[in-house]
Design a protein around this ligand. Structure first.
Ligand code: PGA
Length: 252
C-alpha cells in the first residue's frame, strides 16, 4: 500500500520568512494528529530556513523547488543539494515545467539534479507532463516517456525507488483546468508500467506518482481515488492552509 504524499509548491510566493513560517504553522495545525498521509511544503529558498525551523518536531517535510547539481563552486546565484540538506530540507522539486519552459532545463540537466539530490539524501520529486499542443497531437505518452527516461537515466532500480514522480500536464498548471480523473489515471498507469521496465515490477508498485495541475479541494478526492494517483503536487491551493488541509483530508 503506497502512502499518499501531498506536497505544496509555493513557487515564488511567500518568500518572506515570517509569512512563510505563519503558513507552515497553519499547515501543521490543520494536518495535526495524522500520519496516514505524508505532507510536505516547498517554500522559496529565502524562506527555507524559517519553514524548516517551524516544522521541526512535526511530521511536515520541507523541500526546495530546485537545486544546482554541483556541491559547491563558482555558480553565481545557485544552491546545491548539500546546502539544502544542511538547512534541514529533505526533498526537492526537480524538472518542474516552469523551469523547463522559462529556464530551458533539459532532461539531461534534470537527470544531474536528480542524481545530486539522491547523493545528498534528498527525495527528488521529478516532474513530467505534456503541453496542450502535445496532448492535442496525441503524443502525451511519448513526451512523458522521453522525460522519464531522460530524468532517470543511469539510476539503479533502488535509486528509482527513492523518487517521487509528479505527473503535471502543463496545460493544467495554474489554469484552473485540471485533467479529468480518468485521463490522469491513464497517464499514471502508463508511467507505472514504464517504471516497471526502467526499474522493476516491485519498484513500480512501490513508487508514488503525484498528480499536479489545478488540484484543489473541489476535485482532489476524485483524482486521489484513482488507482495510480498517489498524491498531489499543489501550487495555488497550497498557499492557504485551509485549502491545502482540505486536499490532505481528501487523501485520507
Ligand atoms: P497549480 O500548480 O496547482 O497552481 O496548478 C501546480 C504546480 O505547478 O506544481
Amino acid at each position: 500500500m503506497r502512502k499518499k504524499i501531498i506536497a505544496g509548491n509555493w513557487k515564488m510566493y511567500c518568500g518572506d520568512p515570517a509569512k512563510a513560517a505563519a503558513l507552515a504553522k497553519g499547515v501543521i495545525e490543520s494536518c495535526a494528529c495524522q500520519n496516514r498521509v505524508e505532507v510536505a511544503v516547498c517554500p522559496p529558498a529565502t524562506a527555507l530556513a524559517a519553514v524548516v525551523e517551524t516544522c521541526r518536531g512535526s511530521s511536515v517535510r520541507v523541500g526546495a523547488q530546485n537545486l544546482y547539481p554541483k556541491d559547491e563552486g563558482a555558480f553565481t546565484g545557485e544552491i546545491s543539494a548539500a546546502f539544502i540538506k544542511a538547512l534541514g530540507g529533505s526533498l526537492a522539486i526537480l524538472g518542474h515545467s516552469e523551469r523547463r519552459t522559462y529556464f530551458k532545463e533539459a532532461d539531461d540537466f534534470i537527470n544531474l539534479k536528480v542524481k545530486a539530490a539522491l547523493a545528498h539524501g534528498l527525495t527528488p520529486i521529478l516532474c513530467v507532463g505534456e503541453t496542450e499542443k502535445e496532448r492535442e497531437d496525441g503524443v502525451t505518452e511519448k513526451v512523458v516517456e522521453t522525460q522519464l527516461r531522460g530524468g532517470l537515466a543511469g539510476l539503479s532500480a533502488d535509486e528509482i525507488g527513492q523518487i517521487v514522480i509528479a505527473y503535471e500536464p502543463v496545460w493544467a498548471i495554474g489554469t484552473g483546468k485540471n485533467a479529468t480523473p480518468a485521463d490522469a489515471q491513464a497517464v499514471h498507469a502508463f508511467i507505472r508500467k514504464l517504471l516497471g521496465s526502467l526499474a522493476s515490477a516491485d519498484v513500480a508498485e512501490l513508487i508514488r506518482i503525484q498528480y499536479g495541475g489545478s488540484m484543489k479541494p473541489e476535485n482532489a478526492a476524485e483524482l486521489l481515488a484513482q488507482q495510480d494517483i498517489d498524491g498531489g503536487l499543489i501550487g495555488g491551493a497550497s498557499l492557504k492552509a485551509e485549502s491545502f488541509a482540505a486536499i490532505i483530508q481528501a487523501a485520507l
